[in-house]
Design a protein around this ligand. Sequence first.
Ligand SMILES: [Zn+2]
Length: 401
Amino acid sequence: MTPEPAAQPDPFPRLLGSYGGHAAGPLVLSIGGMHGNEPAGVLALQQVLRDLHASHLPFRGRFVGLAGNRAALARGRRYIDQDFNRLWSPERVQRLKRQERSADTGAEDAEQRELLEEIEAQLTRRQGPVVFLDLHTTSAAGRPFVVIGDTLLNRRFAFRLRAAVILGLEEQLEGTLLNYLSERGHVAIGFEAGQHAAPSAVENHVAAIWSVLATAGCIPTTAVPAPSERRPAVVEIRHHHLIQDGDAFVMQPGFTNFQPVRRGQLLAHDRHGPIRAAESGQILMPLYQGQGADGFFVVRAVRPVWLGLAAWLRRLRLERLLPALPGVRRHPDLAATLTIDLRIARWYGLELFHLLGFRKKRSRAGKLIVSRRWHEPGAFEEWTDPEVVNTHEDQTCTSKT
Ligand SMILES: [Zn+2]
């Protein structure tokens, strides 16, 4: 009789592990594998957790690694029924919480319920501000990049990752977990580490996790390589090609992230014909996999003077004057939200609101709705290493209004 084979350990448990929790401090919550064909983030979290436990490094706060879409990770697919990283609108989350399990419509409902419970449990037991780090990879090759909503505190974390920083993606993608946690006032950083299967993607994720732990003040900054003095490139989304069902979208082969493209250049085909670049810039996330609704993005560099101006205007809290402009009103129900009548306020574009720290929520029937990004009061002012706080020019926006 042959012995029963030993049960294999689950390669993707929901809770990958945790470290610290003895000294009060930030909660760094990091998720790998929100997309099941992107296991590099999970592997990196497991590696950092192993190294932390082996080193017994003193730690302020707590670090938690979670697996995202476990069913899709087990099958190596982006998702099973629905893109797991488009399901996190506050309305959908509320609906899911009320919904009976028997009413679930796909594999991702159960995944989301479980992940949400785990996230809520971790948030409840925290003893400090929260940093969320979402680990992804892309189907195209190319150097890593960071995705943030443009707050000065998010910038502080992003600039230390030594990778290009993308602004404005959150206005294009509805229902990401990054937006969900960001809108609750937490620091939220998305990190795209390179191509799905590239060994360097795991290494890049590992380096990003250590950098975020150091910037959060969980570990001494001396425990990680010093970030380069040069500010990384900052780009903004200029164009987003959204694929509709049945489009038969096919990207032209060979594009890599940040490859320059000229206006009119052939980028892809679908059933309507050729798709050409609407403007010149750099291509980002060209789609080279079957699943996914984002064909590609075109980005363009943000001038450093603009970034400096934004920091300066926000320190002066000039956004408080916006409701005095013709055509701009406070939203009657939502905090830190403005309604802009575009017929009256057509002289100042979305750029003005971006400069002052707002993001576009929606635009409909001549009305633009923007809401101010915010962080929890006091986040990271008292916890971080004074050296980290003082080497940057910025100040956290600490109020909801
Ligand atoms: Zn992804």
